[in-house]
Design a protein around this ligand. Structure first.
Ligand SMILES: *Cc1c(COP(=O)(O)O)cnc(C)c1O
Length: 434
């Protein structure tokens, strides 16, 4: 496959952009080789700078649930463009999208729009601290909540010890306030709360973890978080930036029936334009400026263009059977992959939550912990990734990213993907014989 144009762009990019990418997940650091440059998207397909066509399972890392350039979304953006790009003041569309979010996401009574998922989680945490008057924050190993200082923290040496910075530039004064617990470990949560519950401002969690590949909660995990937070007066924050409008219309909270106090949103809700949102109980949300004393602001917050794209997206995903269809497409894909892997005797398993999925080169059938994810075979993933790419399937260039199916992925695309998987699994088998 010719990708000379991508290669020369990558060379130029590296001179003026650190690592040649504007977000590290776009690099090929985890898989080897150089990142591709893209110039066009159409439905389920991406076209790179050399005109190679790929079936896209990245979906811009989540937002593109309707595929690339959905007609209604493009029309809505164009219509808004004719009226104005931004006003730095309130608009009717803002009210409309807020009403819809409050109607669709059961735990949200009031919502504020921001410009990214990172802003949403950062603001939700500040609000939780302001509301409780406490400083400690709990997060889980393998969960990602954007590049917020106090959340770029990894587990310390013991489950009950404070976290350690996971990036240079994060002062230990921040990481000291963040406790990192193992995801899906109910006992660890209970033990933590016994010790520090009354000092804890909030627990933030991805209700279906999507940044260590795709790991759904085990039965009772989210319930335990709810119970402990209620018992100790801590705020429960669901980071549904990825899962919101993705695993189901009402997000993971609608599937698992556990309601957080605050929810962070992003990705799908902007239809591909930059957006974030956080919302929840009116009593807590009232503590944000200008009604309350927790400061939070944004010049471009509530961008009319992003809202137009978001409203157009919401109209389509609210249609009956949208998620049934999306779920079925995803299941067909995963069932096919497992069958092929089985035929080639490759240790392989999958997780699915609505239109979101995870593939693991692992002989454990049920992947529910960070440790299991980390124990997956990364060499097999590398071979698989490059074989898929060479056969027209674009996957996230990392074994730790979830995959996304869009409503534009049809029978033909899924069959083609399985054809590529056949080649990829064969390549893995061959590599093992050496
Ligand atoms: C993507 C993501 C974020 C960060 O959103 P950005 O828009 O990239 O800042 C936060 N939380 C979760 C769960 C995400 O998947």
């Amino acid at each position: 496959m010719d990708n000379s144009e991508s290669q020369s762009l990558y060379k130029l990019a590296q001179q003026v952009i650190p690592g040649g990418v504007n977000s590290p997940v776009r690099s090929f650091k985890n898989v080897g080789g150089n990142p591709l440059f893209f110039k066009k998207g159409d439905g389920a397909y991406l076209f790179d700078a050399d005109n190679n066509r790929y079936i896209d399972y990245v979906g811009a890392f989540g937002p593109l649930i309707l595929g690339h350039r959905n007609k209604e979304v493009v029309t809505a953006i164009n219509t808004q463009l004719e009226k104005g790009i931004c006003f730095g003041a309130s608009t009717e569309a803002e009210v409309e999208i807020a009403q819809q979010i409050c109607r669709i996401v059961h735990s949200i009574e009031q919502v504020r729009l921001v410009n990214s998922g990172t802003e949403a989680t950062m603001s939700a945490i500040r609000l939780a601290r302001g509301h409780t008057g406490r400083d400690k924050v709990v997060k889980f190993e393998g969960c990602y909540h954007g590049h917020v200082d106090g959340l770029l923290v990894k587990a310390g040496s013991g489950a009950l010890t404070i976290g350690e910075p996971d990036s240079l530039g994060v002062p230990s004064a921040y990481s000291d306030l963040t406790h990192v617990l193992p995801f899906n470990d109910i006992a660890a949560v209970e033990e933590y709360f016994e010790n520090f519950g009354n000092e804890t401002a909030c627990v933030i969690v991805e209700p279906v973890a999507g940044n260590m590949n795709c790991v759904p909660p085990i039965p009772g995990f989210l319930e335990a978080l709810r119970e402990q937070c209620t018992l100790h007066g801590s705020v429960l924050i669901f980071d549904e930036v990825m899962t919101g409008f993705r695993v189901a219309l009402g997000g993971a909270q609608s599937i698992y029936g556990v309601l957080p106090d605050l929810t962070a949103l992003g990705k799908v809700i902007g239809g591909g334009l930059p957006i974030g949102a956080f919302g929840g109980k009116a009593e807590i949300m009232a503590k944000i400026a200008p009604t309350g004393a927790v400061y939070q602001a944004g010049t471009l917050s509530g961008s009319p263009l992003a809202i137009a794209a978001g409203l157009a997206t919401l109209a389509i995903i609210s249609e009956q059977n949208f998620y049934e269809e999306l779920k079925l497409k995803t299941k067909t894909l995963l069932d096919g992959m497992k069958e092929i892997a089985g035929a080639h005797k490759i240790e392989f398993t999958t997780n699915q939550a609505g239109g979101m999925f995870g593939c693991f080169f692992n002989d454990d059938e049920n992947i529910s912990s960070f440790t299991q994810v980390m124990n997956s075979n990364s060499e097999h993933f590398q071979i698989y990734f490059h074989a898929m790419l060479n056969n027209g399937v674009y996957l996230a260039p990392s074994p730790f990213e979830a995959g996304f199916v869009s409503i534009d992925h049809g029978k033909e695309e899924i069959e083609k993907t399985l054809g590529a998987a056949e080649i990829a699994f064969k390549a893995i088998k061959t590599s093992r014989k050496k």
